[in-house]
Design a protein. Sequence first.
Length: 424
Amino acid sequence: MTKKAKGRLRLLVSMLALVVLLSGCGGGGSKPEKVDGGKVTLQFWTIALQPTFTPYFNRVIADYEQKNPNVKIDWKDYPYDAVTNKLLTSIASNSSPDVVNLNTEFASQMGSKGAVVDMNEHLSPEEKAAYFEGIYNSTVINGKAYALPWYTGTEVLYMNTKLVKAAGLAPAHPPKTREELSEWGRQINRKTGKAGYAQQLVSKLFAVDGIPILNKEKTAAAFNTPDAVTMVDNLKKQMEDGVVLKEDADFSQQVKYYAGEQVAFELAGPTFINFIKTAAPDVYKNTIAVPVPTGKADVRLSNSMDLVVPTKSAHIDEAVKFAVFLTNAESQTAFSKEANTLPSTKESIKDPYFTQSDQSLEAQAKVVSAQSLDKATDYMVGVPNAKDVNSAIARALQNILLNGRDTKETLTALEQEVNDILKQ
């Protein structure tokens, strides 16, 4: 970790500690209950959505204000790097916003510190049931739901049909499990000399096989098990067999390998399409999108954005109502069409937009992603110091898979390192 990153982490920890102290000092903030001629003004913060989606939010806010004439929405948008520090500062100074857009990782951390409202205390059973269970539960810790899921995304399997056919495989009958994907990768390597796919060595590799990162209480590492040793050793064998490139490949590197036809597959979200379409138009034309094969856990990993209501909001009831409106099926369906994202609401994906395909790669990816939402979950739910934990796991996987370290010894040392991180 760089000195700059360590400094940011120390600042974040210090400010979270202050939030904990202040969150125990009573309910909402010091703002007056009614402003602007008797109306409640809600401060609504989002992350990097202006100006691209300004017309959408202007429409949805106007609609809400018309239906709720006692409420005025004051919408502000901030860069990703700025919103967390600004939120912590505002809470600490008792000038909290009312509805805030956060990712699942930070929403869970805020929830574990008592800094955001438990949505389970405010939502009806029908309102909770509107969301996909695995995605809604992504911010549930000890029975408390610290956010409402908003827009999300899941991975799909992109397949170079030219390479697949050259290996004697049928693109119309794609692999459904990680084991089948490995067999396809081996055959592609034998027949064409290409690899199956490239990937980044990150903690989600444990989650795909149902190996928990931490115990249920989130107080200690839980991954140092025989199943984890087997999983890592299997990955080592896949690298030897040409199924997976022997490299820790970030997203940009994965795009290059796929564009250069050095690999036959890519496991990624819809944004991959834009990169490959620009970098390699001929490869784009030969690419199809199918559901990503599942591992032993039989889940598909999601990457969601959420809405939280800070406990320091002076208008908690009104804020929750507005957050529910923004994340209901009608609003999410409309936003997904604008932003090319996936909704977290069950009813939304019944819309023809998510079920019908014109056979373009973009439409294929959209449809198969939507079909994956019933198995979607966020794998780093409520993990304290998640960035440090992820970095430690990545280094350990690099040492085993790229530097030849012993699997059991390295996982044991990693277990101690993660436990030390959790004590910080």
